[in-house]
Design a protein around this ligand. Structure first.
Ligand SMILES: NC(=O)c1ccc[n+]([C@@H]2O[C@H](COP(=O)([O-])OP(=O)(O)OC[C@H]3O[C@@H](n4cnc5c(N)ncnc54)[C@H](O)[C@@H]3O)[C@@H](O)[C@H]2O)c1
Ligand SMILES: CC(C)[C@H](C(=O)O)[C@@H](O)C(=O)O
Ligand SMILES: [Mg+2]
Length: 359
């Protein structure tokens, strides 16, 4: 069966890294992968062209695709748009919500070659392999009511942090199953000392635990989890948490691996359809300079092959190609270190492609 892959480059460094992913997809096709690749606009680019960060034709194509690869959206150019629903980020949130992509997998894995690029001491991060499972279509990102309104003569901003039992249970199951396939340890992160919504979160996780007797469940408050991530990150195997805590903790975990430019992610729905994107944003500070690290994006292609297309061998081939490029001492600026060769985005793409061809 021919798989349909939709590429959404987006904004900032999005198109630069998406170009490398497109070349990699072509190489996969040449190696026998049966895919058809289409492209569409999202985010600021779609707003500029159609006045909408998620035009109907993009959403239709996304719904019809087996998998979506997204670069990044957003940037200062669009930060002044008053109507929040037209901001680039709403394009991304709209895709997640409309496709029901509730299960966000954000692995933080240290390539041994990058131990010295981490901001932590090498011994603290050597062998690091954490999987953050972030709930992606609920919580404070989507809760109602929300808004900014006039109350008692001043403006008040408000959002609602809400989770239903069924939403908690379905992300809990994703996390328990993930833990079963990995180190059998699951840490649920909440703020149950203050917030009712996470008291319920903790209760539901506890209720699920007996169904996964081989998994050791623990709980941690989010402030402590942030601290533990930079104190002793290797204590974690799988972490499950809500939308906003997961957003924050996954950026912190990313840095442990040397750079946010290394971390891919998968966002899955109930039927296994997925959207794949780097954890980082559109990096406006380095956009257009050919210096962005394309590896998170290229590793997102590997995640797509594994989770949506069932092509494990080809996914491993991409991951091995990335490893071999790092072995060769090639680095983009964000992961540069002494004695290594610093190269740009295109050159890193070239290097991965040639290593992929040799695998
Ligand atoms: N998934 C997404 O599309 C996504 C995610 C996060 C932020 N954003 C948007 O991106 C814009 C910028 O946000 P931000 O600055 O907070 O976060 P960011 O992730 O874009 O950048 C944070 C820092 O990391 C660096 N960085 C990020 N990716 C890199 C890469 N591949 N190679 C090298 N360096 C990299 C940037 O140069 C910057 O210094 C905002 O508009 C934000 O809303 C989008
Ligand atoms: C751009 C933004 C809406 C998004 C989020 O907060 O989920 C980003 O930070 C991410 O981590 O994917
Ligand atoms: Mg984020």
């Amino acid at each position: 069966m021919t798989h349909k892959v939709l590429l959404l480059p987006g904004d900032g460094i999005g198109p630069e890294i998406a170009a490398q992913a497109a070349r990699l997809l072509k190489a996969c096709q040449d190696a026998g992968l049966d895919i058809e690749v289409d492209e569409a606009l999202v985010g600021g680019a779609a707003y500029d062209a159609h006045g909408d960060p998620l035009p109907e034709q993009t959403l239709d194509k996304a719904k019809a695709a087996s998998a979506i690869l997204l670069g990044a959206v957003g940037g200062p150019k669009w930060d002044k748009i008053e109507d929040l629903s037209k901001r680039p980020e709403k394009g991304l949130l709209g895709l997640r919500k409309n496709l029901g992509l509730f299960g966000n997998l954000r692995p933080a894995m240290l390539y041994p070659q990058l131990a010295s690029a981490s901001s932590l001491k090498p011994e603290l991060v050597a062998g690091l392999d954490i999987m953050i499972v972030r709930e992606l279509t609920g919580g404070i990102y989507f809760g109602q009511p929300r808004g900014i309104e006039e109350r008692n003569g001043e403006r008040v901003g408000f959002n609602t942090y809400v989770y239903s039992e069924s939403e908690i249970e379905r992300i809990g199951r994703v996390a328990f199953e993930m833990a079963q396939k990995r180190g059998k340890k699951l840490c649920s992160v909440d703020k149950a000392n203050v917030l009712e919504v996470t008291i319920l979160w903790r209760e539901v996780m506890e209720r699920l635990a007996p169904e996964y007797p081989d998994v050791e469940l623990s709980h941690m408050y989010v402030d402590n989890a942030a601290m533990q991530l930079v104190r002793a990150p290797k204590q974690f195997d799988v972490v499950v948490t809500g939308n906003m805590f997961g957003d924050i903790l996954s950026d912190a975990a990313a840095m442990l691996t040397g750079s946010i430019g290394m971390l891919p992610s998968a966002s899955l729905n109930e039927s296994g359809q997925g959207m794949y994107e780097p954890c980082h944003g559109s990096a406006p500070d380095i956009a257009g300079k050919n210096i962005a690290n394309p590896l998170a994006m290229m590793l997102s292609v590997a995640m797509m092959l594994r989770y949506s297309l069932g092509e494990n061998a080809m996914a491993e081939r991409i991951e091995a190609a990335v490893g071999s490029v790092l072995d060769d001492g090639l680095r983009t600026a964000d992961i540069a270190s002494e004695g290594m060769q610093t190269i740009g985005t295109d050159a890193m793409g070239d290097a991965v492609l040639s290593a992929f061809a040799k695998q």
